[in-house]
Design a protein around this ligand. Structure first.
Ligand SMILES: Nc1nc2c(ncn2[C@@H]2O[C@H](COP(=O)(O)OP(=O)(O)O)[C@@H](O)[C@H]2O)c(=O)[nH]1
Ligand SMILES: [Mg+2]
Length: 270
């Protein structure tokens, strides 16, 4: 709990047995009420490991994607009564020690969406971000800020915290199941004028982490351009984007994923 608010950490993961324990142990646990690991069809037993380390474990029988993993995790977090939800990548890429700071921005700061930005201050390249990733990130961010009328330092961080209000109100079930989910979520926050906060966080690149590969990376880049264009067209009234339609499907309409641990609980979610 922080400031009377219940805190959930959501970790969407695919084959992260090598980094999961390190990630979980690095999260300062005193403020965290529940950690929810989403095993997205992994084959390395990371779901069982997460359960043995005390996580609530949600499972997709087959791989549905990083965005789908978030949907399942956030739905469960709401079912568990969370007021603040922080996403931490279980590949240990974003500093888990900063969870209390991310949480505080929502619990005390009146923000609905908080981004841990690697580009708010300089240092991403020193942290090991490949130069081409830095250039693409900067380029896409400038393009998106221009089209969306925003002023974010980066759109592409995977370190994020959300208020319950945002997760309940947004048509998140309409967002894509792949990496572009992250981009559409920010478009929603900007379009509906939720309070977005940024906090700096170190970029961390190392041997065992996972990162988007070339094919999905290109798909992601194209997806970002589509997101920004769709938002612009929607704002102009030219074409409705379902993920920007307040009446469209929300997390309560997302039915993928089953809780596998603990097997039974008084809190109801499938
Ligand atoms: N649920 C789910 N998680 C995934 C999938 N692909 C990657 N992830 C997880 O999402 C996080 C971000 O993906 P990653 O490949 O590291 O992308 P990065 O942000 O470019 O480093 C990692 O912790 C992965 O374990 C997927 O298909 N499903
Ligand atoms: Mg990664």
């Amino acid at each position: 709990m922080m400031n009377g608010k219940k805190v959930a950490v959501v970790l969407p993961g695919l084959n992260v047995k090598g980094t999961l324990e390190r990630t979980l142990r690095a999260i300062p646990s005193s403020y965290v009420d529940v950690s929810i690991f989403v095993d997205d069809g992994s084959s390395d037993g990371c779901g069982e490991l997460a359960a043995s380390l005390g996580c609530v474990v949600m499972r997709h029988a087959k791989n549905l994607g990083y965005g789908a993993g978030q949907k399942t995790g956030y739905r469960e977090a709401l079912a568990q009564g969370a007021d603040v939800v922080v996403m931490v990548h279980p590949d240990f890429q974003y500093k888990p020690e900063l969870v209390p700071a991310m949480t505080a921005m929502v619990a005390h700061g009146d923000y609905d969406v908080v981004l841990g930005s690697r580009l708010l201050v300089r240092g991403a390249l020193k942290g090991g971000m490949p130069r081409w990733k830095y250039v693409v990130n900067r380029g896409l961010t400038i393009f998106e800020n221009t089209l969306m009328g925003s002023g974010l330092s980066e759109f592409h961080t995977g370190y994020r915290a959300f208020s319950r209000k945002f997760l309940e109100e947004m048509p998140l079930a309409e967002c894509r199941n792949d990496y572009v989910f992250d981009n559409e979520v920010l478009a929603q926050a900007i379009h509906f004028q939720y309070a977005i906060g940024e906090m700096s966080c170190p970029a961390h690149y190392f041997e065992e982490m996972q990162t988007i590969t070339f094919g999905p990376g290109v798909k992601y880049g194209i997806g970002c351009v589509k997101t920004a264009s769709a938002m612009r067209m929607h704002a102009l009234g030219a074409r409705t984007a379902p993920f920007l339609d307040r009446q469209a499907r929300k997390l309560e309409d997302w039915h993928e994923g089953k809780r596998v641990s603990p097997a039974t609980s008084s809190v109801g979610a499938s």
